[in-house]
Design a protein around this ligand. Structure first.
Ligand SMILES: Cc1cc2nc3c(=O)[nH]c(=O)nc-3n(C[C@H](O)[C@H](O)[C@H](O)COP(=O)(O)OP(=O)(O)OC[C@H]3O[C@@H](n4cnc5c(N)ncnc54)[C@H](O)[C@@H]3O)c2cc1C
Ligand code: FES
Length: 504
């Protein structure tokens, strides 16, 4: 068994941030931006530049959500995206997507230089490769479709990584960086220009009637416009919970042997293992992702970390894991993010979500687009990303997606009800969802013997949570909410804690 450290992101560990939890909440602003990840901070920065007064309201800490737990490749190569987009939405749509993502990449490059943000922005080539003969043809098609969409893509027969690749799609002039250093730099610029950033306060609701009002536990904020960039949209009225699929990925990082890891960025088209290098205080680190699963599914997360560490040692020369972390991202029904009006009738409420594992350019493109939409400027990608678009394929996927959720909502209840287990029988380190009296309880006994028991129904729409044994959290399989052992919300769409339960 591989010795692994406690879970902690390399990006959070190497970029300390000032504490903004005591900042007073303004009563009124032009634009309230809910969520301080890459989508929210980019939107806020652009709106500041357009002369608006902005508030960024962050429930936890800035850039500590998914944007602080990413692998941070800044690339327009989004897996095998362009052949599929061309087929399902047409070559014009594929070109519009490519152009908006490439503009986001170049905007980051220009803005890091202009503002002098030291975030390790480094140009690199990007590769999606395969080791399977049956995948080669789809890579050839992807290279053609991406080039037709205007991207610097070619098909090559090998990659400079220790894998037996049979072929790959190569994109030149891509990049990677330290995502948190970039976002903390943007946050400083927002404040320097007069914007307000408040950490540690969760938006609990938004009223749209009679002016837009953000509700929080410590008071309300009136805003002319509200932008929801909470990763999973925290308001149910856009029915996003029926249109987004949360998939969780694990990451391990650590120093690599000699110079074994090349500069490029790599993705296995079949297994989705992802590799990039990062220079951490002069030491070359490998950052390796993979072993994805649906959030809240009953999987042994610890074993998956071990499998990933073995893969990273074998294929990327990562001889010691110093950091490991996981996070989930959301995919939309047609694999194009939702960016624009929150619902068809909303006039002053906006949203960005569903970056499908590609939120470095995706979240940035969303920020650039939202700033245009809020300030009334035309943007050629607006209709492609419109959250209220509809097509038949999406409708079919909605039905499939909701059937999966229904399985978690109904099926899990029956199995938990069938197997009641007294809480006193839980051994140290053991966790269970079980019936206690008439209710379902999520209980964990820590290694010191203390019992942590909370209600097992997710406070979003009531699915049963499942235990994540690596991070010691309760994760909801339906839409990806995550809760700490004391029931507090770690990640939405839920905004209310799981109620604490006492041992009986
Ligand atoms: C393991 C992994 C690897 C990835 N690798 C890459 C990669 O290499 N390249 C790439 O392009 N993309 C990658 N992605 C995807 C990318 O990281 C995400 O798409 C992106 O970070 C999402 O940004 P966001 O701003 O939408 O969300 P977040 O960064 O999560 O920001 C949302 C913020 O909203 C806050 N919030 C939530 N609810 C509330 C509320 N009610 N009130 C106030 N605040 C709230 C949260 O605390 C959080 O800080 C990866 C994703 C994962 C999971
Ligand atoms: S996240 Fe929707 S029910 Fe739990």
């Amino acid at each position: 068994m591989t010795e692994l450290p406690d879970t902690r992101s390399l990006w959070l560990d190497t970029a300390p941030a000032p504490d903004r939890t005591g900042t007073p909440l303004p009563r009124e602003v032009d634009v309230a931006i809910l969520g301080g990840g890459i989508a929210g901070l980019t939107t806020a920065y652009r709106l500041m530049k357009a002369g608006r007064s902005v508030l960024v309201l962050e429930a936890g800490r800035l850039a500590a959500g998914v944007s602080g737990h990413t692998t941070a490749k800044i690339s327009t190569q989004h897996g095998l995206k362009y052949a599929t987009l061309a087929k399902t939405k047409g070559t014009d749509a594929a070109a519009t997507y490519a152009h908006s993502q490439a503009s986001a990449l170049e905007w980051i490059a220009a803005t890091t230089a202009e503002l002098g943000i030291e975030c390790g922005f480094t140009r690199a080539e990007s590769f999606v490769y395969t080791t399977k003969p049956e995948t080669v043809e789809s890579l050839e098609r992807e290279a053609e479709a991406a080039a037709e969409a205007g991207l610097p893509a070619t098909y090559v027969t090998g990659v400079d990584l220790d894998v037996s690749a049979l072929g790959a799609v190569k994109f030149t002039a891509q990049a990677h960086f330290h995502p948190r250093k970039w976002l903390l730099g943007l946050a400083e610029e927002i404040e320097r220009a007069g914007g307000t950033i408040v950490e540690g306060i969760r938006a609990e609701g938004v009223d749209e009637l009679g002016g837009t009002l953000v509700r929080t536990s410590v008071g309300d904020v009136r805003a002319s416009e509200v932008v929801v960039t909470t990763h999973y949209p925290m308001l149910d009225r856009g029915l996003f919970f029926a249109r987004l699929d949360p998939v969780r990925d694990l990451v391990v990082a650590g120093p690599v042997e000699g110079n074994r890891l090349p500069d490029g960025m790599f993705l296995d088209a079949d297994t989705h293992h992802s590799v990039r290098a990062y220079l951490n205080d002069g030491v070359r680190y490998g950052v390796v992702g993979g072993e994805h699963y649906r959030v809240g599914a009953s999987v042994d997360v610890e074993s998956r970390y071990e499998l990933l560490a073995i893969w990273a040692a074998r294929n990327a020369g990562l001889h010691r894991v110093t950091h490991r972390w996981s996070a989930h991202d959301l995919s939309t029904l047609d694999n194009v993010p939702y960016v624009g009006r929150y619902h068809p009738a909303s006039r002053h409420l906006w949203v960005a979500t569903g970056f499908g594992q590609w939120g470095m350019t995706g979240g940035t493109a969303a920020g650039l687009l939202l700033a245009d939409l809020v300030t009334g400027k035309d943007n050629p990608s607006a209709s492609l990303y419109d959250p209220n678009r509809f097509d038949l394929r999406s409708a079919i996927s909605t039905v499939e997606n909701n059937a999966t959720v229904a399985k978690f909502l109904i099926g899990d209840h029956f199995s938990a009800l069938r197997q009641p287990a007294p809480l006193e029988e839980l051994t140290p380190g053991e966790a269970k969802v079980t019936r206690v009296g008439g209710e379902l309880v999520a209980a964990y006994r820590d290694p010191e013997g203390e019992l942590h028991a909370v209600g097992a129904h997710c406070t979003h729409l009531g699915c049963l949570v499942a235990f994540n044994n690596a991070e010691k959290t309760w994760d909801c399989p339906c839409h990806g909410s995550r809760f700490a052992l004391d029931g507090s919300v770690l990640q939405g769409p839920a905004v209310r804690s799981l109620p604490k339960k006492r041992e009986r």
